[in-house]
Design a protein around this ligand. Structure first.
Ligand code: AMP
Ligand code: MG
Length: 419
């Protein structure tokens, strides 16, 4: 079943306030947060197909968990009122209570019934003694006194009450969510369709990885990386290949991508130079804003719409492309996919390096943690792809001027927390 189509994004969804020279990272993020909305359709899927999807509506329990009071252990059930002081001896009734095979009769006072884990408590039973604490005899059991009322039992609804909201819309469906939905009576849930993200690289210098290398060319490193980031985020990458620095070819490729995807990521050509065709084309023929964000690494981002489809024009530099994807494109794609606003969890950890950062821009260092300390990659050169691969996360230095000394606390965000 397919749900309603969401409305298109507004042309000005990427507009920035006038007169601001370098937009601070937090302002840029709150603009994205306030402007973007889900663009994917919704569908009702069987639980088995819903893992990793984004929930499109709140889910309420159709039944309580557990639905009936039951035994938490293998043992013997009886009414607590039957107990007296000292050694307890209770006569055993015929039959037993097992999970899925209830004991149908009432257990009379002064009697006990053999009961197994998960079995509903028969009428007349409110307490269970663990089998290890019991000496079974001929038709009776003996155990020590001191057991409290309702010991070793689970109350109906003690986990989830019927009608309670168990999962909220905007959440990525995790394996345990499927267990919870199943236990509370759901065979299918309403989720967003998987976000399709078209990825293309631009630049005359780019060669297909593994292809023939001529000396003035480089291999396209961004496409495989961006594709990996998109799939790790739970979206479907659509490979749109490489496009030379040619406006007509780029226009055609963007048209093609807009016909296939919910969002487009380009890398390269996003700045304002002679060969920056992505920004030029989006500017002339789409709705575009050059986002000059106070961030290092990262040159301007070109954010715009092409045929109503949002385009994230990333800088070509692989380091900047990765950082800008994690910091901006990732949470923005999340909103388009129907997810709640995404804030990567970071941790304050002692630095194992020294560095000073300039005032007025947020700085992200390629980093990893060893022996409880944050290490930063030895070179900040933004063309150093080896540093991206060396890193396991980013260290985030604040917008204000900042001196890091070894041992000082810095914020570290593992890559996994972005994805
Ligand atoms: P641009 O943003 O197009 O000015 O590119 C900035 C730098 O990144 C240039 O050195 C480009 O050669 C390089 N670059 C652009 N796209 C890629 C790519 N897909 N893979 C590797 N390097 C790239
Ligand atoms: Mg270029």
């Amino acid at each position: 079943m397919t749900g309603l189509e969401p409305p298109p994004l507004r042309d000005d969804c990427f507009a920035l306030p006038a007169g601001v020279d370098w937009t601070p990272v937090d302002s840029a993020l709150s603009l994205l947060k306030s402007r973007l909305a889900p663009v994917a359709n919704t569908a009702t899927l069987p639980l088995g197909d819903a893992h990793g999807r984004v929930l499109a509506e709140n889910v309420a329990a159709k039944r309580a968990n557990p639905p009936l009071p039951n035994s938490a252990v293998d043992g013997y059930g009886f009414a607590h009122d039957s107990l007296t002081g000292g050694i307890q001896r209770l006569a055993l009734v015929e039959g037993r209570a097992a999970a899925g095979n209830s004991f149908r009769d009432r257990v009379p006072a002064g009697h006990a019934v053999r009961i197994l884990t998960g079995a509903s408590l028969p009428e007349g039973v409110d307490t269970v003694v663990l089998q290890e604490d019991v000496t079974p005899g001929h038709g009776e059991i003996a155990f020590r006194s001191g057991i409290r009322k309702s010991a070793n039992t689970r109350k109906a609804g003690e986990d989830v009450a019927c009608g309670e909201t168990i999962l909220k819309s905007g959440r990525i469906v995790m394996p345990a969510d499927l267990a919870l939905a199943a236990a509370t009576g759901h065979g299918e849930i309403n989720v967003y369709e998987q976000l399709r993200v078209a990825i293309m690289s631009t630049g005359d210098e780019l060669e297909e990885p593994g292809g023939n290398l001529s000396s003035d060319r480089i291999f396209d490193a961004n496409r495989p990386m961006l594709s990996g980031l998109v799939s790790r985020s739970g979206y479907m990458p659509i490979d749109m290949g490489r496009v030379p620095d040619d406006r007509n070819l780029l226009r055609r490729r963007l048209d093609e991508a807009a016909g296939k995807a919910h969002a487009i990521i380009t890398s390269g050509g996003a700045s304002a130079g002679d060969e920056d065709h992505v920004s030029a084309l989006l500017n002339d023929e789409g709705a575009m804003t050059q986002w000059r964000i106070a961030i290092k690494p990262g040159r301007p981002l070109a954010l715009g719409l092409w045929k109503g489809i949002p385009v994230f024009g990333l800088p070509g530099n692989p380091v900047a492309a990765l950082v800008c994807t994690l910091i901006f494109a990732r949470p923005a794609l999340g909103l388009l996919a129907g997810q709640n606003w995404f804030e990567p969890q970071g941790y304050m950890l002692p630095a194992g390096f020294a560095k000073s950062s300039k005032r007025g821009r947020r700085e992200f260092l390629r980093a990893r943690v060893r022996n409880g300390h944050v290490e930063a990659f030895k070179s900040e050169g933004s063309g150093r792809i080896s540093g991206l691969s060396w890193a396991e996360g980013l260290a985030e230095l604040p917008d204000e001027a900042f001196e890091v000394h070894p041992g000082m606390m810095v914020r570290y965000i593992p890559f996994a927390n972005f994805l």
